[in-house]
Ligand binder design. Structure first.
Ligand code: NAD
Length: 472
């Protein structure tokens, strides 16, 4: 394994410097230079080329922090973001244009006047990232902020220190540093950032910290986007293709060693097909890891000891039976992809967010029971997955909500850059990606202009009112 970045190599930003950094990027917003479309396009191009040029450093940092394979690092982080830049550059002119309103949006006499919606940048925004996709989840919202014409301060996760340092270098050597800054650090630095006034805060992370962010933002009525976690259910009925379900759900728990906000926390399976599903799961494991998961160069590691111990505690605390995997090696922060067969909804494996390569299987008598259990465990998860007949999948969608959903697969609904992504209820507020990223940092400002000649048509509004003139 690559050596971890020690905390001495990681340099936190001085807390005292944070107000000055914020004021500086705020001052730049007031110069109006970021509103020019051409400036935004140049910054997006610079970000694209910075990602290209910094690819070796980013790959090395992702390997150090998470033991992430180059394959995953490219697909889910670096190339993903380059595609984001290209998508935004291709669409920006169209998104940034005023929407001119006329007939049929407006009834007469308004249709004769000039109504339009201007797309204005919200201002100076704060983007706070998590550790699991430390590059993608910090920079994908940033693409939206640049495109909208905002200035921004970015706060990478300190839990992935090597990535945090490369991200700082990448932004501050290649983009306009009068408009963008990276603040590195943990709780003290983020707290200092939250003490500043922002025009929007975009936060990705846990519900616990999301609550802190939302409370702080409420003090100054600052709008927030929260991209949080959830306990995501997978439903498997008798009509599912069990081999496919096993393979796909195992994929959901092996990518980034299951440190994916969208991966399934628990599987609710018809009890008649449970044993066959488990056999397929074991076969899928053998296919993916012919020499065992530990020997695989592809499997990431748990990010640090704290999270390793959190996951170990879940496995120690379960009353369920391990039916696949179960090996742990603290010295390598290795946890084998593990499935646990549980018999109680109160089991910690059911109740806590796993956010790692472990999940549980809970047999049920019917889809009715499965929907009941899932709605009790977490009514508004970030994602759900349904493996059943068309009618059963439809029923799951109708009777349980979630941020997004995938039928007959693990989190594929979130595998496309350009479609809206977000949670619902306590798994998140707001969406981004594609056009939604632009909209997220944009103020839609309606402007009307009333020509003098219209006076005769609209003079009905003046006192003294005349009911006879009112044509309802
Ligand atoms: P986290 O909430 O611990 O940290 C996120 C950010 O908040 C970090 O930058 C961290 O420095 C900062 N932070 C931590 N404690 C803070 C405090 N007390 N005050 C102010 N700031 C603080 O989350 P994490 O451990 O990095 O990520 C894991 C969580 O994020 C999981 O719950 C996962 O489901 C969720 N997540 C959600 C999404 C999504 O898109 N919905 C994506 C990735 C991760």
């Amino acid at each position: 394994m690559a050596a971890k970045v020690s905390m001495s190599e990681f340099q936190a930003t001085a807390v005292d410097a944070i107000p000055q950094i914020t004021n500086s990027v705020r001052g730049t917003f007031r110069t109006h230079k970021t509103k020019k479309l051409q400036w935004r396009q140049v910054q997006l191009r610079k970000l694209y080329w910075a990602l290209e040029d910094y690819t070796p450093q980013l790959l090395a940092a992702l390997a150090k922090d998470l033991h992430k394979s180059d394959f995953e690092a490219l697909i889910t982080e670096i190339d993903w973001l380059k595609k984001d830049c290209i998508f935004m550059l291709d669409h920006l002119e169209k998104y940034a244009k005023d929407d001119k309103l006329g007939s049929p949006d407006l009834p007469p006499p308004f249709s004769l006047m000039n109504y339009r919606v201007r797309k204005e940048p919200l201002g100076t925004v704060l983007i706070i990232g998590p550790y699991n996709f430390p590059v993608q989840l910090l920079l994908a919202p940033f693409v939206g902020a640049i495109a909208a014409g905002c200035t921004a301060v970015l706060k990478p996760s300190e839990v992935t220190p090597a990535c945090a340092m490369v991200l700082k270098a990448l932004i501050e050597t290649r983009l306009d540093t009068t408009a963008f800054a990276v603040v590195n650090g943990g709780i003290p630095e983020t707290t200092a950032l939250l003490n500043e006034k922002w025009d929007k805060i975009f936060f990705t992370g846990s519900a616990a910290v999301g609550t802190i962010v939302a409370k702080k933002a409420a003090e100054t009525l600052t709008p927030v986007v929260l991209e949080l976690g959830g306990r995501n259910p997978a439903f498997i009925t008798k009509h599912a293709n069990l081999a496919l379900a096993a393979r796909r759900l195992l994929w959901g728990k092996t990518m980034n060693a299951g440190q994916v906000c969208l991966s399934q926390n628990y599987v609710l399976i018809d009890k008649d097909v449970g044993p066959t599903f488990i056999e397929h799961l074991k076969q899928a494991y053998r296919d993916m890891f012919p020499n065992g998961a530990k020997a695989s160069p592809d499997l990431a590691r748990i990010v640090n000891h704290k999270h390793f111990l959190r996951l170990k505690k879940m496995l120690d605390g379960t009353k369920g039976k391990i039916v696949m995997g179960g090996a742990l090696d603290e010295s390598e922060l290795f946890i084998e992809p593990t499935a646990v067969l549980v018999s109680s909804v109160d089991d910690p494996m059911m109740q806590e967010e796993s956010f790692g390569p472990i999940f549980c299987i809970y047999p049920v008598n019917s889809l009715d029971e499965a929907l009941n259990v899932a709605n009790r465990v977490h009514r508004t998860p970030l994602a759900l997955f349904s493996f059943g007949s068309k009618a059963e999948n439809q029923r799951v969608l109708n009777e349980m909500t979630s941020g997004g959903a995938t039928l007959n697969d693990a989190f594929f609904h979130a595998s496309v850059n350009s479609i809206p992504f977000g949670g619902v209820g306590d798994s998140g507020w707001g969406v981004y990606r594609g056009k939604a990223s632009f909209d997220c940092f944009t103020h839609f400002r309606t402007v009307s202009e009333t020509p003098a000649w219209a006076e005769k048509i609209i003079d009905v509004r003046y006192m003294p009112y005349n009911m006879a003139k009112l044509k309802l």
